[in-house]
Structures are given as C-alpha cells and as structure tokens.
Design a protein around this ligand. Structure first.
Ligand SMILES: [Zn+2]
Length: 119
C-alpha cells in the first residue's frame, strides 16, 4: 500500500461523509448483480483505514443472497458510498465506491475486472 493516501468522500446530499486511505492503483469493477446495476468502481480496504465522519444514522442497509455484505446507502439521496463486510480472512473490510470520492479522476483509473457474477 505504498501509493495509499487519504481521500474524502460523500453521498450526493452530503449527509454521509467519510475519509478513506486507499491505493488508486488497486481498484476493481465487478459484474455481479448489484455492482453492474450501480456502476461501482471499488477499492477494498481494512476497516481501520476507513472513517465515517458523519451520517451513520442516515444510512440504510441492503442485504441479499448470503447476506455477508452490508450495501449501505443514504436514505435521503439514494447514493451508495460504501459497503461493509468481512473478508475471506475474517477481517472487517470496507468496499469504497470510488465514484463518491472527491478529487479522483475516474477516467485515469484502470480497474481490474472481477468476475463476481460467478460467485
Ligand atoms: Zn445522501
């Protein structure tokens, strides 16, 4: 994680705001049923590198399938800024939607394609 730095992000209406330390050279897009609909560009980071600054009570939780991931979204504006889950190693992980970060040139990113549809 040498290229990791701190970014701030938010939902559209601004109720949900967060700070995340991540490496933009390690990002992915996924073709699973929810990612393809929402258009997530994702970075998975340990929960310790994520800090919710505001909006815990503004978040609604959506779960499906095996219900291992909490797909959180702002109940006011409907934007999905991040998801919470547990990685294969049992550690708490946050999947940050890079589209919600400030000052990130999405066109400059080269997401690795993840075949989530098969899981
Ligand atoms: Zn919002």
């Amino acid at each position: 994680m040498d290229a990791a730095r701190s970014y701030t992000g938010s939902c559209h209406c601004g109720k949900v705001r967060f700070e995340a330390t991540l490496d933009l050279t390690r990002v992915m897009s996924c073709n699973c049923s929810i990612c393809s609909r929402l258009g997530y560009v994702l970075s998975f980071i340990p929960a310790a590198q994520f800090k919710l600054l505001a909006g815990e009570d503004a978040l609604s939780d959506y779960q499906f399938n095996q219900k291992r991931i909490h797909h959180l979204f702002c109940a006011t504006c409907g934007v999905h800024p991040f998801a919470r889950g547990t990685g294969p190693d049992g550690k708490e992980t946050v999947a940050v939607n890079l589209r919600c970060l400030e000052g990130v040139d999405l066109e400059a990113l080269t997401p690795q394609k993840f075949d989530g549809k098969r899981l």
